[in-house]
Design a protein around this ligand. Structure first.
Ligand code: 3EB
Length: 367
């Protein structure tokens, strides 16, 4: 990393690097932090519901996916640290996006209730009811996100978390996840974004009926390096049998120009090529998912040119479709992970009906 001193004749130094850091903290731990600590917080994500903290200071949101197991009260906290890091809150007019940013990085969140969306203006004169509202809400959310990134010049989405109520429910022939994929792809196109290659790491999970659509994201001024998995077809090249419009996400990405936390592993599941494997066997799905994450770590290390990332440096979020499977998943993971590895289990529907588990991870370098 850059030395603090500027030697005579050196080129002007770029702004000091922000170290992005992820912590899983209880609400009580968050409540007892000092003002100095709060100055470093980009955003706070609760799981079942937004935590009761003052949303005027930082964006506060929730995935609407309840915790499983012992870690009831945890929140996901994104912070930046660095000698010259200054954070500002977002002030985009007429935007539902809450955001906070420093020179290099931006955290944002948006929630939209489908029932607040009129079906007017859509083909079919509104007869498509709730599928129209999901499509419109998704388009609006992404449109507003890209507008913020344009305005603040953090033009590169690096990681985006998508939570949709009833993700697997069928609405007149189309699953809601597939409608979401169509709307997401349309929104990327309409905002002039790439739809293959340089697309963010992501996940898409189901929340309980009646939840708002909840989306949060990290963006950067610098282009991240995208990582694909040699064991899997790129999601943006999935064949049409998985939906008319492919999901737009990369398997992982590396924030090469940052200090600190900088590997983002997308939601990863028991998919080899493009097919789900080990249907009905949650233990085997968990092991296959870890094999996919190990393959991604290998790719990430190859791309950065050193053995920087390993399973031991990752923090995990595990989405469990059926709470009764929690024990079997923990058992399968115990072969891969240390007991000290940070890991949060959440109850959520996974975006293919036959997937029982999905795992995402965030990696730190220099730790
Ligand atoms: C998969 O590999 C499993 O639609 O944004 C993983 C990560 C999955 C992201 C998304 C979906 C998404 O296809 C599902």
């Amino acid at each position: 990393m850059a030395a603090l001193g500027v030697s005579p004749g050196a080129a002007p130094r770029a702004a000091s690097k922000a170290a992005l850091q992820l912590d899983y903290l209880t609400c009580d731990e968050i409540a007892s932090q000092s003002p100095v600590w709060w100055q470093t917080v980009l955003g706070v994500v609760g799981f079942e519901k937004p935590p009761a903290i003052d949303g005027a200071r930082v964006p506060v949101t929730a995935s609407m996916t309840p915790s499983l197991g012992v870690n009831g009260n945890l929140c996901e906290v994104w912070r930046v640290a660095g000698p010259e890091v200054r954070l500002s809150n977002g002030a985009a007019k007429r935007s539902r996006v809450h955001y906070r940013f420093c020179e290099e990085l931006l955290f944002g969140s948006i929630t939209i209730e489908e029932r607040s969306i009129g079906a007017e203006g859509l083909g079919g004169g509104g007869s498509n009811g709730d599928s129209g509202a999901l499509i419109r809400a998704t388009e609006l959310a992404y449109q507003e996100i890209f507008a913020v990134l344009q305005e603040t010049e953090h033009r590169h989405l690096i990681r985006i978390w998508n939570y949709l109520p009833e993700i697997n429910r069928d609405t007149g022939g189309d699953e809601r996840y597939r409608l979401f994929n169509s709307a997401r792809q349309l929104a990327f196109r309409n905002s002039g974004q790439a739809i293959v290659g340089t697309v963010p790491a992501a996940c898409a999970l189901g929340s309980p009926a009646g939840s708002p659509i909840s989306i949060y994201f990290l963006a950067a001024r610098q282009q991240p390096k995208m990582i694909e998995n040699p064991r899997q077809t790129s999601a943006y090249h999935y064949p049409p049998k998985f939906g008319r419009h492919s999901p737009i996400f990369s398997r992982a990405c590396v924030l090469h120009e940052s200090a600190g936390t900088n590997l983002f592993v997308s939601g990863t599941a028991s998919i080899v090529g493009y097919e789900t494997i080990h249907q009905g066997d949650v233990g085997a799905q968990t092991r296959e998912t870890m094999a996919n994450i190990i393959a991604l770590l290998g790719e990430a290390n190859r791309v950065v040119g050193s053995a920087r990332y390993s399973v031991d440096g990752l923090k995990f979020k595990v989405y469990v479709r059926q709470p009764a499977d929690l024990r079997a998943i923990e058992e399968a993971l115990s072969g891969w992970l240390r007991s000290s590895t940070p890991i949060v289990y959440l109850h959520a529907d996974v975006c293919r009906e036959d997937l029982l588990v999905e795992i995402e991870a965030t990696g730190e370098s220099g730790s």
